[in-house]
Ligand binder design. Structure first.
Ligand code: NAG
Ligand code: NAG
Ligand code: NAG
Length: 665
């Protein structure tokens, strides 16, 4: 606003100076000659850009476009090229040095009108042969070639649908899919339900009777901003790590999921910070199961908004081992929390944090390769993707024979200072050239949650259009679900799906259910405007709404080796190709879906008997628990949990203290 007043003043001075000189006819003639000779650039433009008109840069009290780039070397070419590279199909240049990016629909939406060409008479700062707008005037350009993006707008059942399934009992901080067919909700102390116990388990088969659906559980220390993963031990225990304040930041909590849908479990969370604790206190850390079966815990802060914890550590703690310092975490604090971690097929460890990414050696944790920085906002390369500029990351599907590089997709995020949320996803193959491909999203989104679906597509849900993660830092909730389909060409992958009525911002989650729906929970905005959200919804993808019968299967061997042949008996209904997918056990918090991975193993069938060839090795498919789905064309079965790769770090005997019940090997 200040800038715009300043520009108006400058513009007034500019026109006054022309008027003042109009008495001296020779000067006026000269000025007119220059102005007639210099018009907006109309030829030699990059790509398929075409000059449209001189328009007013504001209308209805707001600016036509949101993204402003001020440059003393601005030209039409530099502006259009920059806008195009972030997927904007309209651009305008104002007052010689301001490039603005957006979409053509914004012009009418802002009530902008066409102005006289002579209003756009200011020379481009970077090339005075041409005009680049004027005071409160934009020389505007439109991309007229093949669209830079195509968003799909399915309707009816093809848009999927949200359904409310429970009024809820807590505002979960983190949700986990359990190998017992239930869903773990852990909740921070103090801001949730009255008399919070810190943990509940949801059995969706019992929703008709809420007291059976929700089992109260107990943690001893505060899980506020902790990490969780499912262990590769034979019980599929869940581990929760770190937390808020004092002992909680050192917390290591274990839960052995028991019971089954309709059958209550009796196990509870176990912890004893006096015997089992992290080496360093951490809140906002990320955890990951490594290929050797140990648990890698990375980063975070020391707790209570304290200094960074720029290091990583291993659980169980190898005898005598300390933490490993990471200069790149220290340098990018505080914008690197809940870093994104993934095992790559080469065995290296991908880490994405702030707007950077690198590959670490899995033994020494030295950097093997530094990737290019992730592009951020069109007008701000310093935008980021991890808390508090929170975006969400997913591993793209891996297909048999698993020889290709792994793709990583990161959507949304924000700019420092709780700015406009990012409206793009970036993807890269870290083991290839590492370059980031940018795709426009249909809307801005900070604090998105993403979850992988069994058909190799992804849902992008929750979050806000503006701001950052944290209490009271975001505005304008984004209630639209977006489907991302990586089997389609780049820039044609996103579909605008159904909308919810429930705002889900800070502390919201999304995880894949065994029936192929998405469990959507949480929101703890503390903004005085949007509710503290207890209600639990599901997003029902279109593959369950087309009226096609579900396939089903039976499997005897649920404990797999790598490269093995596993028989299954299938019941399909001729819906299309028969495929199987494996979806990693996941925990969702702060846009980080720890454990997520999607694999499509080879399967061959003779009648109802099929054989799955399991993934070849621990780098392609880290040891652990996966939901196995059968797909009949687009329609998924109910999943069955399988484990692959055993328990190489013998976690089943850990930790060696009587407070903990252990499944053994
Ligand atoms: C919470 O605990 C207090 C004290 O134990 C009790 O008076 C109150 O009724 C409890 N509230 C709920 C909602 O259970
Ligand atoms: C796994 O690798 C890490 C990093 O080198 C090491 O500290 C840990 O001891 C290993 N775990 C096992 C079970 O060998
Ligand atoms: C959801 O809302 C968006 C606007 O935010 C709209 O474009 C879209 O059509 C809506 N989806 C459905 C299925 O109605």
């Amino acid at each position: 606003m200040a800038a715009s007043l300043f520009q108006s003043a400058l513009s007034l001075l500019f026109w006054l100076s022309l008027l003042a000189s109009s008495d001296a006819s020779a000067v006026a003639k000269g000025a007119l000659t220059v102005r007639q000779a210099r018009t907006a650039q109309k030829t030699g433009l990059p790509g398929s850009w075409q000059y449209q008109a001189c328009i007013t840069s504001e209308g209805n009290g707001r600016r036509v476009w949101k993204y402003q780039i001020i440059s003393q070397t601005a030209t039409a070419t530099s502006c259009l090229t920059q806008c195009q590279s972030f997927g904007y199909q309209a651009a305008g240049i104002e007052y010689g040095n301001e490039c603005w990016c957006g979409d053509a629909v914004d012009i009418a939406a802002a009530g902008s009108t066409t102005a006289a060409e002579t209003d756009c008479g200011v020379a481009c700062a970077g090339d005075n042969r041409y005009n680049c707008g004027g005071g409160n005037r934009l020389s505007w350009y439109l991309w007229t070639g093949t669209p830079l993006y195509v968003w799909n707008y399915p309707t009816g059942a093809n848009a999927g649908r949200y359904e409310l399934i429970s009024g809820g009992v807590v505002i979960p901080l983190l949700t986990t899919s359990g190998v017992n067919g239930k869903y773990t909700f852990v909740e921070k102390f103090g801001t949730g339900a009255p008399n919070s116990t810190g943990a509940y388990e949801l059995d969706v088969s019992q929703l008709a009777n809420p007291s059976l659906a929700w089992r109260e559980m107990h943690v001893k220390t505060d899980v506020f901003c902790s990490a969780s993963v499912t262990l590769p031990d034979k019980a599929g225990r869940q581990i929760n790590i770190g937390g808020w304040s004092g002992d909680s930041t050192f917390g290591i909590r274990l839960y052995w999921p028991d019971g089954s849908p309709g059958v209550p479990g009796v196990n509870d969370w176990q912890e004893n910070v006096n015997v089992l604790k992290l080496q360093r206190g951490r809140w906002y850390p990320t955890a990951m199961v490594m290929t050797n079966g140990s648990i890698l815990v990375v980063g975070g802060q020391t707790g209570s908004n304290g200094p960074p914890q720029p290091n990583l550590e291993i659980l169980p703690r190898p005898s005598g081992a300390g933490v490993v310092y990471a200069d790149w975490l220290e340098r990018t604090d505080p914008n690197n929390l809940y870093p994104f971690l993934a095992i790559l097929p080469s065995g290296g460890i991908f880490v994405g944090y702030y707007n950077e990414a690198r590959i670490l050696d899995p033994v020494t944790f030295n950097t093997i390769k530094t990737l290019p920085n992730m592009p951020g906002a069109v007008n701000n390369p310093g935008a980021g993707r991890t808390y508090p500029l929170e975006g969400s990351a997913m591993l793209l599907p891996q297909y048999a024979p698993f020889t290709g590089p792994l793709g990583i997709l990161i959507c949304g995020g924000s700019t420092i200072g709780a700015g406009i949320a990012l409206d793009n996803c970036v993807s890269s193959q870290p083991e290839g050239d590492g370059a980031w491909t940018l795709e426009r999203m249909p809307s801005q989104r900070v604090m998105p949650c993403m979850t992988a679906l069994p058909d190799g597509t992804y849902m992008i849900l929750n979050g806000a259009h503006q701001g950052a993660a944290g209490f009271g830092l975001a505005t304008d909730p984004n209630r639209n679900a977006v489907l991302y389909d990586p089997s389609k060409p780049v820039n044609q992958r996103m579909s605008v799906m159904a909308n919810t009525t429930i705002a889900r911002m800070y502390h919201s989650e999304a995880i894949l259910m065994q029936d192929g729906r998405v469990l959507v929970s949480g929101s703890d905005p503390e903004d005085g405007k949007n509710p503290q959200e207890y209600r639990v919804e599901v997003f029902v993808p279109p593959y369950l709404l087309a009226g096609r019968p579900r396939p089903s299967f039976t499997i005897a061997n649920k404990n797999w080796d790598y490269g093995a042949s596993i028989p299954i008996t299938v019941q399909v209904n001729g819906g299309g190709a028969t495929r199987v997918s494996m979806l990693g056990a996941e925990s969702s918090t702060h846009g980080n879906t720890m454990g997520q991975r999607t694999l499509f193993p080879a399967v061959s069938c003779a009648g109802a008997t099929c054989t799955i060839t399991t993934p070849p090795n621990k780098n392609v498919c880290p040891p652990g628990w996966y939901q196995l789905f059968l797909l009949d064309g687009p329609t998924p079965s109910i999943s069955t949990w399988v484990r692959i790769g055993g328990d190489p770090a013998a976690l089943g005997n850990w930790p060696p203290y009587p407070d903990f019940k252990k499944p053994g090997l």
